[in-house]
Design a binder for this molecule. Structure first.
Ligand code: COA
Length: 120
């Protein structure tokens, strides 16, 4: 008799840890670290206006869980949080700038750029 297929493991839940400025798995072993900081536009007429950005500085996934899209899920949760809270993202982490954004270009609309400074 054919064996019933194993049910697919559900993907790990991603939690917002506001106190430590992280998005992380329940066991805290995989995480995306960010910092909120104010950016002052360089355009002369905008000098008094500050924009708060989410500077995403580091993504980490333990060796045994790499290559399964976990970092992608952490980033998606963090970018979704940024969009829902009208924050722009500075993609300091190389995984985000070199892998996540090229593979998920729709999130480019949330990335902080000079052009956005004058339209906010
Ligand atoms: N910069 C850019 N891309 C990277 C990378 C890095 N430092 N490290 C791995 N990648 C790419 C891989 O090339 C891989 O591509 P592939 O799918 O073609 O094989 C892809 O990320 C895997 O994506 P995903 O499965 O979503 O990522 P992951 O869950 O394996 O985690 C890291 C990726 C980078 C978070 C993990 O490898 C890690 O913790 N590395 C050590 C810490 C680090 O270098 N962090 C990034 C700089 S802040």
């Amino acid at each position: 008799m054919a064996k019933a297929a194993e049910p697919a493991a559900s993907p790990p839940k991603i939690i917002w840890n506001e106190r430590e400025s992280k998005f992380e798995t329940e066991d805290k072993r995989a995480y995306l670290q960010y910092y909120l900081r104010d950016v002052t536009p360089t355009v002369e007429e905008d000098e008094k206006r500050k924009i708060t950005v989410m500077d995403m500085v580091h993504t980490f996934v333990p060796g045994s869980k790499r290559g399964l899209g976990l970092a992608n899920r952490l980033c998606a949760a963090a970018f979704d949080h940024a969009r829902r809270n009208s924050l722009f993202v500075v993609p300091t982490c190389s995984y985000i700038s070199d892998t996540f954004l090229p593979r998920n270009p729709s999130w480019m609309s949330v990335v902080y750029s000079e052009d956005l400074k004058s339209s906010m």
